[in-house]
Design a protein around this ligand. Structure first.
Ligand code: NAP
Length: 545
C-alpha cells in the first residue's frame, strides 16, 4: 500500500498529515523487526525513534562495562537463518558496542533505515472514533494518521532520575548510566560517587573503580550477583552452535525464560541432600551467569529452598570480600531471584581495593546533594562526579510517557492508574488497533528479550494481516478477557516468591507507582500456548468491528 498526503478536513489549523497503514513507536529490536514484517506484508509503515540510530535501550546504555547478561548466541534474532548464520558474536556475553553493531547490521541487511525517522519523539497517539484511525504527533512537528499503531517503546528504557534535592548545586559533573555520553567518560584521578547497585551499577562499578582516585558506592539494597565468567567464543564452539541453531532456539522455547542456556533442573532443592545441593550451586557458580537460578525448580516457589541458594551466594561474597564488615553489608537478606539476579565481572572483588568505599544508605538515606557531593547524615562525600545507576521506570514507563488517548477519549494513563490492564500484554480494551510489544502481562523481562520480542512481533503482524484480510475495521480485547487475564497474571505471580520484595517488577522503585506485579510469571511455554490457542479459537477474547 502507498502512503498518501492529505489535508485533515476536521481542523483548518492542522498541518497536513501523512497517512500510513502502521506507525511504530521505537526503533529498538522490536521496532526494527516490526518494520521488516510490515514491509513484507506490503503495508506502509513509519517508525519514529528518539535516538539518532537503532538499538533502543542499547543505544543509550553506553556506561562503562555495559554488556548483556544473556548469552549472545541467544540474545539475537532467530527469524532469519541467514542472519544468524552470518553474524559472528565474539564473546559469550556481548558488549553494548557489539550489540549496536549487530543492530546496525540488521538495519543494513534488511534496508530498514529509510523508513525510520530518528531524532523524533512521539508525543501523542490519539484515536478517532469516526474514522477508526490513530493520529500520531511528534516533537518534530509531524502529524500522521495510521490505521494501526504499535508501541515498541521497550520495557527498560525510560531512565529513573531520582529527584535528589540540591542536585542543581553540585559543582561536579553527574551522569545517568542510561544516558551516558557518546564520547565516554574518563574518571582517571577523579573522586566518584556511584548511587545504585542494580545490574547497571554492578557492571559499571568495577570499571570505574579501576580508574577513579576514589570511588564511593552508595548502596540502599544489596543485590545477589553471579560471576559472568565471560570469555571469547571459541570458533569451533560457534561452528557447532550454528550447526544446531534451530534446535537450540526450539529448546529455548520450552524453558520458562525462553533461553536454552537456563537449563532448569527438574528436582526440588529441598528434596535432595545438602551435599548434592551444594555441588549443584557450586557447579552453576563456576559456570557463571543467571542459569544459577535454574539450579532447582522450586527456588522461586519455596522459601526454604530459596534460602539454601541465597546462603550459598552470601558465603561466596564473604569469601571474596576481605573486610568482613563490608562483606556483610554486601550480603542481601531477601529472596534470591526476587529482584532481577545480577551477573558481574569482578563486582565484589572491587570492594577489596583501598580506593573503594561502600556506603550503606539503607537506614540513613542520601539526604540531599550539596555543592561537593552527596550528603548522608552529617557527612558530605566530596566528589568530582556522581553516577546515577538508579535504573528505570520499567515496563509501563516509556509507554505512558506518550499521551495515549483511545476510543471515546479514554486516557491510557487513567485506565492504568491502579496498575496496567491488558490482554496478554498485547492489547488493552478501548484502544482499538493499538498493540504493545512485550507489554505488561506478558513474560517480557523475565525471559530472553529478543526472541520474546520476535514472538510478539509475529503475533501482532499476523493479527493485523487477519484483520485486513477479513475486512474488519478494528480489533480490541473484550473487557472480560482482559479481566480474566489480569486476574490470572496476579494469581500466578502470587504463587511464587517473586512478589516478596521491593523490586522494579512491582513498580516499587518509582514513587507513587501502583504496586502490581507487571510481567507474566507463568513461564514462556505456557504463554506461547495461550497465544496460539487464542488464534486457533478465532481470536478468542478479542472483538472485531
Ligand atoms: P535497578 O535494578 O532498578 O537498580 C537501581 C539501583 O538504584 C538500586 O540499587 C536502587 O536501590 C538504587 N536507587 C534508586 N534510587 C535510589 C536512591 N534514591 N538512593 C539510593 N539508591 C537508589 O536499575 P539498573 O541497575 O539500571 O537495572 C535495571 C534492569 O535493567 C535490570 O534489572 C536488568 O533487567 C536490566 N539491565 C540489564 C543489564 C544486562 O543485561 N547486563 C544491564 C543493566 C540493566 P533499591 O534496590 O533499594 O531500590
Amino acid at each position: 500500500m502507498q502512503k498518501t498526503t492529505t489535508k485533515r478536513s476536521n481542523s483548518l489549523d492542522m498541518p497536513s498529515s501523512i497517512k500510513y497503514d502502521v506507525v511504530v513507536v521505537g526503533a529498538g529490536f522490536a521496532g526494527m523487526y516490526l518494520l521488516h514484517r510490515f514491509r513484507k506484508m506490503g503495508l506502509s509503515a513509519r517508525v519514529f525513534e528518539t535516538a539518532s540510530s537503532v538499538g533502543g535501550t542499547w543505544y543509550w546504555n553506553r556506561y562503562p562495562g555495559a554488556r548483556c547478561d544473556t548469552w549472545s548466541i541467544e540474545y539475537s534474532y532467530k527469524f532469519s537463518e541467514e542472519l544468524q548464520q552470518e553474524w559472528e558474536w565474539s564473546e559469550l556475553y556481548a558488549t553494548q558496542p557489539e550489540i549496536i553493531r549487530y543492530a546496525k547490521h540488521v538495519a543494513d541487511r534488511f534496508d530498514l533505515w529509510k523508513d525510520i525517522q530518528f531524532n523524533t519523539t512521539v508525543n501523542s497517539v490519539v484515536y478517532d472514533d469516526l474514522s477508526a484511525k490513530w493520529t500520531v504527533t511528534t516533537d518534530a512537528g509531524d502529524v500522521c494518521e495510521s490505521r494501526f499503531c504499535v508501541m515498541a517503546t521497550g520495557c527498560i528504557s525510560l531512565p529513573n532520575k531520582p529527584k535528589f534535592q540540591g542536585l542543581e548545586n553540585f559543582a561536579g559533573t553527574w551522569y545517568h548510566t542510561a544516558r551516558w555520553p557518546d564520547e565516554g567518560v574518563d574518571f582517571t584521578g577523579k573522586r566518584v560517587a556511584v548511587i545504585g547497585t542494580g545490574s547497571s551499577g554492578i557492571q559499571s562499578i568495577p570499571i570505574i573503580a579501576e580508574q577513579a582516585q576514589h570511588l564511593y558506592v552508595f548502596q540502599r539494597t544489596p543485590n545477589y550477583s553471579i560471576p559472568a565468567r565471560n570469555r571469547l567464543l571459541d570458533p569451533s564452539e560457534v561452528k557447532e552452535i550454528k550447526a544446531n541453531y534451530s534446535e537450540i532456539r526450539k529448546r529455548a522455547q520450552t524453558t520458562p525464560g525462553n533461553q536454552a542456556r537456563l537449563n532448569l533442573r527438574k528436582e526440588n532443592a529441598i528434596d535432595v541432600p545438602e551435599s548434592e545441593r551444594l555441588k549443584e550451586y557450586q557447579y552453576r557458580w563456576n559456570e557463571g551467569g543467571s542459569s544459577f537460578i535454574g539450579a532447582f525448580q522450586d527456588l522461586l516457589f519455596n522459601a526454604d529452598s530459596n534460602e539454601t541458594a541465597a546462603e550459598f551466594v552470601r558465603d561466596r561474597i564473604r569469601e571474596i570480600v576481605h573486610d568482613p564488615e563490608t562483606a556483610e553489608k554486601l550480603c542481601p537478606d531477601n529472596v534470591i531471584g526476587c529482584k532481577r539476579l545480577c551477573v558481574d565481572s569482578n563486582y565484589f572483588e572491587a570492594f577489596n581495593r583501598e580506593t573503594v568505599t561502600l556506603i550503606d544508605v539503607s537506614n540513613e538515606p542520601i539526604e540531599c546533594i550539596v555543592g561537593k557531593g552527596p550528603k548522608v547524615g552529617k557527612h558530605v562525600y566530596d566528589v568530582d562526579a556522581i553516577v546515577f545507576a538508579t535504573g528505570f521506570d520499567n515496563i509501563t514507563g516509556a509507554l505512558l510517557n506518550v499521551d495515549i488517548l483511545g476510543a471515546k477519549g479514554k486516557i491510557l494513563k487513567e485506565k492504568w492508574q491502579d496498575g496496567p490492564r491488558s490482554y496478554l500484554g498485547l492489547m488493552t480494551a478501548d484502544f482499538p488497533n493499538l498493540f504493545t510489544v512485550t507489554g505488561p502481562g506478558s513474560p517480557s523481562v523475565l525471559t530472553n528479550m529478543i526472541p520474546t520480542i520476535e514472538q510478539h512481533v509475529e503475533w501482532i503482524t499476523d493479527c493485523i494481516d487477519y484483520v485486513i484480510k477479513n475486512e474488519y475495521a478494528t480489533i480490541q480485547p473484550t473487557v472480560e478477557a482482559e479481566d480474566d487475564w489480569v486476574n490470572h497474571v496476579n494469581e500466578v505471580a502470587d504463587r511464587s516468591l517473586r512478589t516478596t520484595c521491593n523490586s522494579w517488577y512491582i513498580g516499587a522503585n518509582i514513587k507513587g507507582k501502583p504496586r502490581v506485579y507487571m510481567p507474566y510469571t507463568g513461564g514462556f511455554p505456557a504463554y506461547l500456548e495461550k497465544c496460539k490457542a487464542v488464534i486457533a479459537n478465532g481470536y478468542q477474547g478479542f472483538r472485531f468491528s
